[in-house]
Ligand binder design. Structure first.
Ligand code: SAM
Length: 314
């Protein structure tokens, strides 16, 4: 059986800074150069592996008003970003150029919040014309930094199991995948900043509450994320109906640190991610339809990871 971990000694790469030396969250909109240095350990782009303080590694912010799920107008959105509120996405009126929209765009970029430039009709539909050229969707969850979660898992002696979702856009598929993930022992779900399903009330409901339990990490570039994970000793396994290797053959050891990669409903897994993956596995099928629903496929794949780990006594 192929061993799934062949890079035990590779260090975590440098990443962004998320916490100061007191373990307080650093607002993500600040210029990187203004941020305090990582307290200890290696960090990608100055992002620490995590302070060894015994305090919660990724504390939740004081409860924001979760009943407000949309913000209208430039000033409220700017203030929300400055207060490090978690936004799902921002719509700005196409063609508007002023200092406030420029600032919002920069703050959003630093906070990994996708911004779309949209026609006025879209904003009017959402807000009964009361938008001043800007609408934002407030997230019902706080996204968490992947580096800290990974470092925390290693420090706690756990074997990381992560789920990478490449552009899963259907909200209910996403919720259902989160439920599978939570039930199968996944430690964190990773989604791209752009092209992921909006996390909203429907997603929470379909997840049966899993999204309140399992951390979700929003990453600006999944290609870099895959490389970072591999350099951190995590084997990336692409789950694709196009793979030659079949899951039931049991040829891949999934008992080490593993990230399972699932592809989008429309296009599957991006070729550039497939190239990077350490293994590609296919779930055998006996019918005529070419592929399973991605939520079903994730459940089967994650069950195989759990099955191997239980057998190994993990
Ligand atoms: C609906 S499928 C994508 C089909 C898409 N039309 C394509 O061309 O790839 C969505 C995702 O579910 C997973 N999936 C579906 N069936 C699978 C199978 N038999 N084996 C492994 N993964 C599967 C893969 O991750 C796939 O990218």
């Amino acid at each position: 059986m192929e061993k799934s971990t062949d890079r035990p000694d590779r260090p975590l790469k440098e990443r962004r800074t998320y916490f100061d030396s007191e373990n307080r969250p650093v607002p993500q909109h600040r210029d990187r150069d203004e941020r305090p240095a990582a307290p200890r350990g290696e960090g990608r782009e100055g992002r620490p592996v995590g302070p060894d303080s015994g305090k919660p590694r990724y504390p939740h912010r004081p409860a924001a008003d979760r009943s407000i799920d949309m913000l209208f107008g430039l000033r409220p959105i700017q203030e929300a970003l400055n207060a490090a509120r978690t936004l799902e996405k921002i719509y700005l009126l196409r063609g508007t150029k002023n200092s406030m929209t420029q600032e919002i765009t920069e703050l959003a970029k630093a906070a990994n919040v996708p911004v779309s430039l949209v026609p006025i009709e879209k904003l009017n539909d959402l807000t009964r014309k009361n938008h001043q050229g800007a609408v934002a969707f407030v997230s019902p969850i706080d996204y968490q930094p992947l580096d800290n979660i990974l470092a925390g898992l290693y420090e706690e002696g756990k074997t990381p199991l992560l789920l990478l979702l490449d552009r899963i856009t259907d909200v209910r598929n996403f919720g259902s995948i989160a439920r599978n993930a939570e039930c199968m022992g996944v430690h964190a779900i990773v989604v791209p900043s752009r092209g992921a399903a909006q996390i909203n009330g429907d997603a929470l409901k379909t997840s049966a509450g899993a999204l309140n339990i399992i951390p979700v990490c929003r990453e600006p570039n999944l290609k870099e994320t895959i490389t970072f994970l591999q350099q951190s000793g995590v084997t990336v396994v692409a789950c694709t109906e196009k793979a030659d290797a079949s899951l039931e053959a049991g040829s891949v050891d999934l008992t080490g640190p593993v990230a399972v990669l699932m592809g989008s409903e429309e296009d599957g897994i991006s070729p550039e991610y497939l190239k990077l993956a350490d293994h590609k596995l296919r779930i055998p099928m006996a019918g005529q339809i070419g592929s399973l629903n991605v939520s079903v496929a994730s459940g089967i794949m994650l069950f195989e990871v759990l099955r191997q780990r239980l057998r190994a006594g993990a």
